[in-house]
Design a protein around this ligand. Structure first.
Ligand SMILES: NC(=O)c1ccc[n+]([C@@H]2O[C@H](COP(=O)([O-])OP(=O)(O)OC[C@H]3O[C@@H](n4cnc5c(N)ncnc54)[C@H](OP(=O)(O)O)[C@@H]3O)[C@@H](O)[C@H]2O)c1
Length: 300
């Protein structure tokens, strides 16, 4: 299969490296990372150890083959720009699979490509970009993918096989849109608090005030999801959130990493979208509004 990784950063380079063992993979990323890979190969360290020559470029003009699968792994604020740039390499037969966090990526993709080309996935693998040419696989996680309408199609099964071959077990989701909401609710309850209070995930359960704020954010975000027709219970989502905090106790969330680097966060696609939907459906979103305000005021 011919695969392009659009956004060869942390998670994209990891998945690209693993898929390249059996398939033709081209990493599409930024110059320093691409140049380092072209000179010295790609180094994956940590839970996966990998050092291989792998094709990489910083321009879509180098995509000289028919792309069967495009993995979209840019941050959500880059989705529209990236997919527009890649459009010349996308044919009607190309499947575009997003592994991004946030509630607005599918909507953004649909403004540029046809809805029936889009698949969505969620992964709890952890990857951190260390330096050009080097990515750290920090945690082995779970990965699910699904058709937007929940059906179990042949192309979906083919992609599951592809990842299985690459030693990344994937499960099929029959309600990926709900799963994306679940991850967004969990992220909305953890990420901004760790970024505002500059703490590791685990501190959110150690500090009683932060623990209370996690619970309130989680309830508020869940109320918005319910107003959108997703049948969650607040208790279940809170338990899932605490489980994620415990599983990632010593991690710095991606939002904390972004603010430490003084780079843009994905807050608009997570808490920001929850605010938009909440306002539309007359659900109180005071806490989500507040964390959006603070993150933007302090760091953007
Ligand atoms: N890392 C993880 O463990 C993990 C796990 C699950 C889900 N996710 C989700 O996956 C997405 C990517 O996360 P990440 O941590 O891998 O981010 P990342 O390390 O920032 O990787 C994205 C890469 O794409 C590049 N990029 C942006 N626009 C591009 C374009 N038009 N053409 C080529 N390259 C482009 C970025 O370059 P610049 O930074 O220079 O713009 C960056 O190097 C996010 O939505 C994240 O929430 C990540």
């Amino acid at each position: 299969m011919n695969i392009v990784i659009l956004g060869a950063g942390a998670i994209g380079s990891l998945f690209g490296a693993l898929l390249s063992k059996h398939h033709n993979v081209l990493l599409l990323g930024r110059k320093p990372h691409v140049s380092a890979i072209q000179s010295n190969g790609l180094h994956i360290q940590g839970k996966t150890m990998f050092h291989e020559k792998i094709s990489a470029t910083d321009t879509v003009k180098d995509v000289s083959f028919d792309v069967d699968l495009l993995l979209l792994t840019v941050k959500s604020y880059d989705t529209i720009k990236a997919i527009k740039q890649a459009k010349p390499s996308i044919s009607k037969n190309t499947i575009v699979l997003t592994f991004q966090n946030g509630l607005d990526n599918i909507e953004k993709l649909q403004s540029v490509i046809s809805k029936n080309q889009i698949l969505a996935g969620i992964t709890t693998h952890g990857a951190v970009f260390k330096s050009p040419g080097v990515v750290h696989h920090t945690g082995i996680g779970r990965t699910i993918i699904g058709e937007l309408d929940g059906t179990e199609t042949k192309r979906l099964k083919n992609i599951v096989e592809l990842f299985d071959e690459a030693n990344v077990p994937i499960k099929i989701s029959h309600n990926i849109l709900k799963d994306i909401w679940q991850k967004a609710i969990i992220n909305s309850s953890i990420n901004p608090l760790t970024a505002i209070f500059q703490c590791k995930n685990g501190y959110l359960v150690e500090n009683p005030i932060l623990f209370h704020l996690v619970s309130c954010l989680c309830e508020e975000s869940t109320n918005v999801a319910k107003s959108m027709g997703y049948t969650f219970t607040t208790k279940y989502l809170f338990e899932q959130t605490i489980q994620v905090i415990n599983e990632t106790f010593n991690n710095n969330s991606s939002m904390l990493q972004s603010v430490e680097r003084k780079s843009q966060t994905e807050i608009d696609s997570i808490n920001g979208k929850i605010v938009t939907f909440g306002r539309k459906n007359n659900i109180s979103v005071l806490l989500n509004e507040s964390v959006c305000f603070i993150i933007k005021r302090l760091y953007q």
